[in-house]
Design a protein. Structure first.
Length: 214
């Protein structure tokens, strides 16, 4: 009897495992976002019209967009940090400390400015609309760093006014593959980004809500 059942059970187990992987991947790429938010067009999408991977994550913040923006605009390894797991990022040599206060000197960005992820890795500001959206695009290679990663990349932050003076903050990453083997690198990068991005969105939320109450 067991010999008859085993061939039937194995495909079911494999199928359930595959479904679990797909479900977990979807959840990681779309944490906190509604179905509509994952499908809609956002600022910055036009830069990479045919991406190989898209991640859209979101959080609701009980603070107005103007307050939330003050934390978004000052992000950067040499500025306010990324409000995520500083210890893990510093293991990679980022040398950052996430700010717990708004710093006026970090409140201004214009297209062409660099937002550093690491002392030797930066994204360029492609577009900025205060209190509404910030679009970052893969920047030039820093000295001592290989010319280019095997993918192009945009990172967009969109702020929308939500009922009762709240804000809906949406973060979108888009990866465009430049080599056939690019997915082999992008998939683990996206997995790590999911962990850090969820913490980042919660970090922005907590800081903005505390500031709104003070």
């Amino acid at each position: 009897m067991r010999r008859r059942v085993a061939p039937l059970v194995a495909p079911v187990v494999v199928g359930v495992a595959a479904l679990s992987v797909v479900t977990l991947r979807w959840s990681a790429l779309h944490w906190g976002a509604t179905t509509e938010e994952t499908r809609e067009r956002l600022p910055g999408d036009e830069i990479l019209p045919d991406p190989g991977l898209v991640a859209t994550r979101a959080v609701t913040i009980e603070a107005p967009p103007e307050e939330v923006w003050r934390w978004v605009v000052q992000m950067g390894s040499d500025r306010g940090g990324f409000y995520s797991y500083d210890g893990l990022e510093n293991l990679a040599g980022c040398h950052l400390h996430s700010a717990d206060a708004v710093v006026e000197a970090w409140q201004h960005l214009v297209p062409g400015d660099l937002v550093r992820l690491h002392p030797r890795v930066a994204l360029a500001v492609a577009a900025v609309e205060p209190a509404r959206s910030l679009v970052l695009h893969a920047g030039p290679a820093m000295p001592g760093v290989p010319d280019a990663a095997p993918y192009d990349f945009t990172w967009s932050f969109v702020l929308r006014r939500h009922p009762h003076r709240a804000t809906r903050l949406i973060a979108r990453e888009r990866f465009a593959y430049t080599h056939r083997w690019s997915p082999l690198l992008v998939e683990p990068v996206a997995a790590a980004s999911s962990l850090m991005s969820q913490k980042m969105l919660r970090g922005i939320r907590d800081r903005a809500e505390r500031a709104a109450l003070s």
